[in-house]
Ligand binder design. Sequence first.
Ligand code: R5P
Length: 308
Amino acid sequence: MADIEGLREAKDVKISGTGSAAGFHLKGSAHLDWGMKNRMSRIIKPDTGRTVMLAVDHGYFQGPTSGLEVMEKTLEPLIPYADCLMLTRGILRTSVPPGCQTPIVLRVSGGQSVLTELSNETWNVDVDDCIRLNAAGMAFSIYVGAQHEHQTLVAFSDLIDAGYAAGIPVLAVTAVGREMARDARYLSLSSRIAAEMGANIVKTYYCQNFTKVTGTCPVPIVMAGGKKLPELEALEMAFKAVSEGAVGVDMGRNIFQSDSPVGMIKAVRAVVHCNEKPKTALKIYEDEKKTSKAPKVKAKASRPKSRK
Ligand code: R5P
């Protein structure tokens, strides 16, 4: 039984001010519940308000992807530098050590393959499983303007309801699809629709006049990487995206298909978290590449001392 003798009287009171728990570092998120905010903060870091998400979910519709053939091999060196991993539950369960402390945004849409119509996708992972897997967020693709637009938007609304019920934020992936125009008009349309429907984070592509996309979307935007570019170009794109309002990147191929994935993710981190200029960040990538390719100096085998 608790000792009730000698209890000290409560004296410290607070009658004005907001307190440190009141502020929140992300736009559109101030009124979320504590669990949602806590998960958002695991995905998008409070100290910089930015994130480097590593997207490795490509296999859910395109099977083994160059750079992702053996997931453990790709992930092991990159996990320490990723703020968050975006992947499928199949890869999480088979290829990520459960001791991993990196937050997970779980891909919860699918149902099609690269051989068929890409937009024919729906919600395919129960929120109970996301809770079981300790997901920090759930990622879902919406196909605005595509053949199955309606189906994806309706399923997205159901996911948003489930996300709020469980306190798990939803990241909307927009503008994926073969014939989607990737200009400010289309990207702002699809990002805004995602946010209006309740998305907590939006992932979209960089484009000319990107501030039209970030500035008309009431929730944080992360930039999608897209196809593999020369490293400097990818860093320039990331730099422009964060300078023009993105809270970071959710990048895949431009990291894991680089000839130095660790060098590239370190360089991307420098751009995203430290506003490093692309050419300076490129040097981080180049240095890492040199170091990892340098032949390891073999330690001289020590000879056993001859006995006299
Ligand atoms: C797209 O539907 C998936 O979320 C991809 O994993 C992601 O957008 C691809 O990343 P990246 O284009 O940077 O390889």
